[in-house]
Write a protein that binds this ligand. Structure first.
Ligand code: ADP
Ligand code: MG
Length: 359
């Protein structure tokens, strides 16, 4: 990557009794939309706070625009942060809230009022400038917080789960809004979320963390379809992870002996031996008649069905292993699948993904 705009180099943060961020390195391009994802407690907010200068690292260095941030306080960093507990000032009006960062920078009243008004208009709040914060809905407050963060025209915007307090309807609308703002402004967004749908809808690149380390960095579709390890495969959604040992390997892939049968996995780097695991996504498994003959198939029994909106997840037990299969509701109905139904699951060798050797 040429000229990263934000660069984390061996960044480390220890709290008394907890090692929250463990030697992470990451380069972010100017104008990129990065989503930091991972389970609660994995170090996302800590990483963001280190970038913002709200916490001091115990090791490593942060560069923004080529400049080392060590010793530079938050208010000199040009990295405002938006988070779910909005921290708006309840005793100020909407426009006073948005003007506040400019006031801190000594901008004159006329200029700061005009600039605040401009941002309120950009966020569709032009008619609400003189309202109190208490008179706004949750979504409107979130917009005020975003306007207040952008009014100083920063080059990086940090967002820590900004939408998690909103209902799902509003969340989707705000996602669209953030996406539009990001395109319009062309600045770097670093967005913390534990919600995959948000990260996938918004981000150019996903950084998936676990226990203070980066597990994988990549475009959403790559992290989703080509997980770097079992943690990523498990975190990124409806994946089945099958383990076995390599019985054969050739130019087209490997043949793996697993508990539930023998499977072929297409793989570019087929030179593998010993114990391996592969991933087959729940939405890539096909359903056939019981005892149907097919390569890459397992015979099993439905042990449960779960509704998830228009799709359903079927849980199938096959030789002591459990498979999850995701299908459209109409398909399940057409096949007349019920708990107890016997069926065959099968998939294409090139839909399975061999997990890289992590040793
Ligand atoms: P995330 O945002 O991914 O949910 P955080 O970065 O907030 O996680 O926290 C990572 C870990 O560091 C957690 O185990 C948390 O309890 C711990 N931690 C965060 N801040 C502090 C602190 N000020 N003192 C001690 N431990 C902390
Ligand atoms: Mg957090």
């Amino acid at each position: 990557m040429t000229d990263p705009f934000v660069s984390l180099k061996n960044l480390d943060k220890r709290f008394p009794g907890h090692h929250a961020v463990k030697d992470i390195s990451l380069d972010i391009k100017g104008g990129e939309f990065i989503a930091l994802m991972g389970p609660s407690g994995c170090g996302k907010s800590t990483t963001l706070r280190l970038i913002a200068g709200l916490d001091e690292p115990t090791g490593g260095e942060i560069y923004i625009g080529g400049r080392a941030m060590s010793g530079i306080p938050a208010y000199e960093r040009d990295t405002p942060m938006v988070w779910q507990s909005l921290a708006l000032f309840p005793f100020m009006t909407v426009i006073e809230n948005v003007e506040f960062p400019l006031r801190m920078k000594g901008v004159t009243p006329k200029v700061r009022r005009d600039r605040a008004m401009e941002w309120l208009e950009k966020l569709g709040l032009g008619t609400m400038a003189n309202r109190g914060i208490a008179q706004l809905s949750g979504g409107q407050r979130q917009r005020v917080a975003i306007a207040r963060s952008l009014v100083t025209q920063p080059s990086v915007l940090l967002l820590d789960e900004p939408l998690s307090a909103l209902d799902s309807h509003l969340r989707v609308r705000m996602q669209t809004e953030l996406s539009r703002l990001h395109k319009e402004l062309g600045i770097t967004f670093i967005y913390v979320t534990h919600a995959q749908s948000e990260a996938f809808a918004l981000a150019d690149r996903i950084v998936l963390m676990s226990e203070g380390t980066i597990q994988q960095t990549g475009r959403p579709q790559d992290v989703y379809r080509e997980p770097a390890n079992a943690f990523v495969a498990d975190f990124m959604g409806m994946n089945n992870i099958v383990s076995g040992s390599v019985s054969r390997s050739d130019g087209e892939g490997v043949v793996i002996d697993g508990k539930a049968g023998q499977f072929r996995v297409a793989s570019k780097n087929a030179a593998r031996s010993g114990d391996v695991s592969f991933v087959i996504a729940a939405d890539r498994i096909q359903i056939g008649q019981a005892n149907m003959a097919s390569a890459n198939s397992v015979a099993g029994k439905v042990i449960g069905i779960e509704f998830v909106g228009s799709t359903q997840t079927i849980f199938v037990e096959a030789d002591g292993a459990e498979f999850r299969v995701q299908k459209q509701q109409h398909e399940i109905e057409a096949l007349n699948i019920q708990p107890g139904s016997k069926l065959t699951l099968y998939w294409q060798p090139d839909h399975a993904w061999l997990l890289p050797d992590t040793n």
